[in-house]
Design a protein around this ligand. Structure first.
Ligand SMILES: Cc1ncc(COP(=O)(O)O)c(C=O)c1O
Length: 373
């Protein structure tokens, strides 16, 4: 019998491997509500770039859009087009502004921006030339470098002039803080002053947008016209010691594929870096580094099984991790949480000296996103 025999031609292709990112839309809306309260009368541009930080852009944006969000920040024109097509398919009655935050990379991108009615960020005269050639008469954001030295127009006043001559409208002026998650860092004040001064000098009448999630929380008096939260939507508290009560949106789950008792002295996984100090019960779990489990957790991380913490032992493999379940009753098929409700992603990120952004965006394409409430 062929492997596809008996399969319905319309059935979605779902991997039989147990590798799931459960996406809790109730928590997403809880977080969005808290951020809306925080934002007050300031507009929110929900940052859903990089596949909504690994959570699945289309379903995340749909939920937010239904909850009233009308601004979305994506990575580039390709993501923008995908989101526009998706929202159009949902036959949404209210319009959505979609901003490619990394702007334009080519003439083709400018054509996509025109076709999908995107409002890209621009930083270069060339971007406006591309837009003109695509007969674009929509809106753009002009990005100013207020001190991070990542992206920003070298001569924003000249870009404004060029836009006006080309019949391109300007949504506003934007910049980005380098140290917003450290409220006491002197860069914040410096960048704020530089941005305000630049706006006042070149176009005081244009709307302004400076703050990401952390900035929204630590600089509430400077929300300006549009704030751009990303990570807070997904449930990570962006500023230590100033928490909002956000809830985790993603729970990364595998399951127990095999259980076995191993004797003292048995070596576990590649490199035989873990030698059992005593007789132990070992579970082999269906998630590995190709799913986004950081290999750095080998031998130092833990997972949660039925609410009980279990150490990861030996090296994490591409498709598997081994965990110690000696201290609990574990059964074949039990779900294993790598991060989520039981086991905060932020704690794992700190353990690895990284940020939760890298955990979420690292979740592999073969991990099935399962939406629920
Ligand atoms: C320009 C810009 N605005 C907003 C954000 C959202 O930042 P956060 O996820 O820290 O809220 C990002 C994220 O990298 C960004 O690059």
């Amino acid at each position: 019998m062929s492997p596809t025999e008996g399969a319905s031609s319309t059935a979605p292709v779902i991997s039989s491997r147990s590798a799931i990112a459960q996406i809790n839309h109730g928590h997403l809306l809880h977080n969005y509500t808290l951020l809306n309260i925080q934002a007050g009368s300031t507009d929110i541009m929900a940052v859903v770039k990089a596949n909504a930080y690994g959570h699945g852009m289309e379903s995340i944006a749909t939920s937010l859009h239904l909850a009233g969000c009308t601004h979305f920040g994506v990575t580039d024109a390709q993501e923008g087009l995908a989101l526009r097509q998706h929202l159009t398919m949902q036959s949404s009655t209210h319009h959505a502004d979609i901003t490619p935050l990394s702007g334009l990379f080519s003439q083709h991108d400018a054509s996509l921006a025109c076709r999908a009615n995107l409002s890209p960020v621009i930083t270069e005269p060339q971007h406006i030339c591309w837009l003109q050639a695509a007969d674009f008469h929509g809106h753009v954001w002009i990005k100013i470098d207020s001190g991070m030295h990542r992206l920003g127009a070298i001569d924003p006043a000249a870009l404004i002039l060029q836009c006006r001559e080309a019949g391109i409208s300007i949504c506003g002026l934007m910049s980005h803080l380098a140290c917003a998650d450290e409220p006491e860092h002197p860069m914040n004040q410096l960048q704020l002053e530089t941005f305000i001064q630049c706006c006042e000098t070149i176009a005081p009448e244009l709307p302004r947008s400076l703050l990401n999630s952390a900035g929204m929380i630590s600089m509430p008096e400077h929300h300006m016209d549009v704030v751009r939260p990303g990570i807070a939507l997904y449930g990570i508290e962006p500023v230590a010691g100033n928490t909002l009560g956000l809830k985790p949106v993603m729970t990364l789950l595998g399951s127990i594929m095999q259980l076995r008792d191993i004797p003292a002295g048995a070596a576990i996984s590649y490199g035989a870096t873990f030698i059992a100090p005593k007789a132990m019960r070992l579970a082999t779990v269906s998630l590995g580094y190709a799913d986004g489990v950081p290999r750095g957790l080998s031998g130092i991380g833990s997972v949660s099984i039925n609410g009980i913490s279990c150490p990861i032992i030996g090296r994490i493999c591409m498709d598997y991790s081994m965990v110690d379940v000696t201290h609990m009753d574990a059964a074949l098929g039990d779900l294993v949480e790598f991060w989520g409700e039981q086991h905060p992603a932020s704690a794992i990120a700190s353990q690895l000296d990284t940020i939760s952004y890298t955990l979420f965006t690292g979740v592999g394409a073969r991990v099935q996103r399962v939406n629920g409430i």
